[in-house]
Design a protein around this ligand. Structure first.
Ligand SMILES: NC(=O)c1ccc[n+]([C@@H]2O[C@H](COP(=O)([O-])OP(=O)(O)OC[C@H]3O[C@@H](n4cnc5c(N)ncnc54)[C@H](OP(=O)(O)O)[C@@H]3O)[C@@H](O)[C@H]2O)c1
Length: 255
């Protein structure tokens, strides 16, 4: 047992709904962790490396926050993470497959290892994480799964074909899995964000950003909170009859 896990188990199982958010150290994942904690959820998250936010959250919410280092490049470790979350919190109500990575490069020059890494982290690992979580949710009698896709899955953009393939795969996974799991009381939906401010878009050239803003009917990039609003809606009882859907949140860019 890792030191992190044994300390968390010792603190005991508290009360309240439990969410797993992959990639909660920064960006959208961080916003989701913050908002779920503020709403009374217990939250488990992972990333490859820790961050100031992870350290602060562990100190501020010792009984309702759990973090572990996990690399989606080794998808089977996601299963161990879910087992640990169950030991710490005793249940699981929500999975948000948020962690993702993009490498912008034309397919002609992309090395095979980079192709494999993007498909593994953005598609294979979320599928395996979902399998482990859905088994737990089924034993419990229900749950909720939200996959974070991208508008690259629904529109073509140069330099992101592999990332786009993985995200489109995730949307297909959402639809079929919703049919498989509806009878188990589990809803499965995708949120499909347009560009929003995060480490992933920090390097975007100013001219490119201005062009996106010009082409977006609502005139700006999203904030991570705009995307989190959609995730929290789909996770809430207000969406109790919504499953198998992909909800595009892009200010109208792709309409
Ligand atoms: N930003 C956008 O404009 C945009 C647009 C459309 C869709 N999206 C999607 O939205 C989601 C969140 O994006 P974001 O912009 O918030 O990303 P971000 O700021 O780059 O954060 C990504 C998170 O995932 C973790 N992560 C990345 N690779 C990982 C791996 N191999 N194993 C475990 N954890 C990993 C990162 O931590 P470590 O690096 O420490 O592992 C971090 O916590 C992603 O699925 C992304 O594809 C983003």
């Amino acid at each position: 047992m890792t030191e992190n896990l044994s300390t968390a188990v010792e603190k005991g199982v508290g009360e309240g709904r439990v969410a797993v958010v992959s990639g909660g150290s920064r960006g959208l994942g961080r916003v989701l962790v913050e908002r779920l904690l503020a709403d009374g959820w217990r939250v488990a998250t992972f990333s490859r490396s820790t961050s100031e936010f992870i350290a602060e959250s562990s100190a501020a919410h010792p009984e309702s926050f759990y973090w572990e280092a996990v690399d989606l490049g080794e998808p089977t470790t996601a299963r161990t993470f879910v087992r640990n979350v169950h030991r710490v919190f005793g249940r699981l109500d929500l999975l948000v497959n948020n962690a993702g990575l993009v490498r912008e490069e034309l397919l002609f020059t992309m090395p095979p290892k980079a192709i494999e890494a993007q498909i593994t982290a953005n598609l294979v690992a979320p599928i395996m994480l979902t399998q482990a979580c859905a088994r737990l949710m089924t034993r419990q009698g229900g749950g909720n799964i939200v996959n974070i896709s991208s508008i690259n899955a629904v529109r073509g953009y140069r330099g992101v074909s592999v990332y786009a393939a993985a995200k489109a795969g995730l949307d297909g996974f959402t639809r079929s899995l919703a049919r498989e799991l509806g009878g188990n009381g589990i809803r499965v939906n995708s949120v499909v964000p347009g560009y929003f401010d995060s480490a992933m878009t920090a390097e975007m050239p100013a001219a490119y950003r201005a062009r996106i803003e010009r082409r977006t009917p609502l005139g700006r990039l999203a904030a991570a909170d705009d995307i989190a609003d959609a995730v929290l809606y789909l996770s809430s009882p207000r969406a109790e009859f919504v499953t198998g859907q992909s909800l595009v949140i892009d200010g109208g860019l792709t309409c």
